[in-house]
Each structure stands twice: as C-alpha cells, then as structure tokens.
Write a protein that binds this ligand. Structure first.
Ligand SMILES: [Zn+2]
Length: 107
C-alpha cells in the first residue's frame, strides 16, 4: 500500500526496474498546467512555468497580466471606458467580463 501522501492524484506513478530485477513504483509530482484566460479559456502567452528569472519573465506586467489574454483585456478596457462615459450600463455587460470591468472602474 502506498503512503497516504502518495495516494493523491497529483502524483504520477513511474515503474522502475532495480539492478536486481525488482520492479518498484516511484512517485513523481505532476507538472503544473499552463495558465488560461479567465474569460475565453485560451492558453496565456508570455508566461513561463519555471521559477528562474525575474518576475517579468514569469508573467507579463500588463493590466490583468497572467489572468486575461490580450484580446479579452482590450475588450474589458473598452467596456470600462464606455461604462465610465455612460454610453452603456453595467447590466448590459456579460457576466464574465463584468467582474473585470468593475475592478477597472473602481480604480
Ligand atoms: Zn481571453
């Protein structure tokens, strides 16, 4: 029976043969998945999963960098300025975008 810590789904089982011929199971941590856009779900660009390098290598310093893709950020900024000018109401914006437009208008 594996140790309780190895019964998690985040461990990948790897079978290895020892020099004596026994088969042993090694447990490896599963690799982190790439971050995705919170609105459209596309994989984010310009993001490195490695911990090496400065913070600008790991994520982008844009508005909503590391959360939204460039297209969705542009759309949110556009909607935010329209709400501030009074051209459209907050209720006319989709549910997913509304959260980020509210963050933008609050600043
Ligand atoms: Zn997106």
């Amino acid at each position: 029976m594996p140790k309780p810590m190895h019964r998690s789904g985040s461990f990948k089982k790897v079978k290895r043969h020892t020099p004596k011929g026994r088969t042993v199971t090694h447990y490896k941590r599963a690799k982190n998945s790439m971050p995705h856009c919170a609105i459209c779900g596309i994989e984010l660009n310009g993001i490195s999963l490695s911990k090496s390098g400065g913070s600008s290598r790991r994520t982008n310093s844009r508005l909503f960098g590391g959360v939204l893709c460039a297209n969705c950020t542009a759309e949110v900024v556009k909607l935010g300025s329209r709400v501030e000018r009074g051209d459209i109401k907050l209720d006319d914006i989709g549910m997913k975008q509304k959260k980020y437009v509210l963050q933008l208008v609050a600043h």
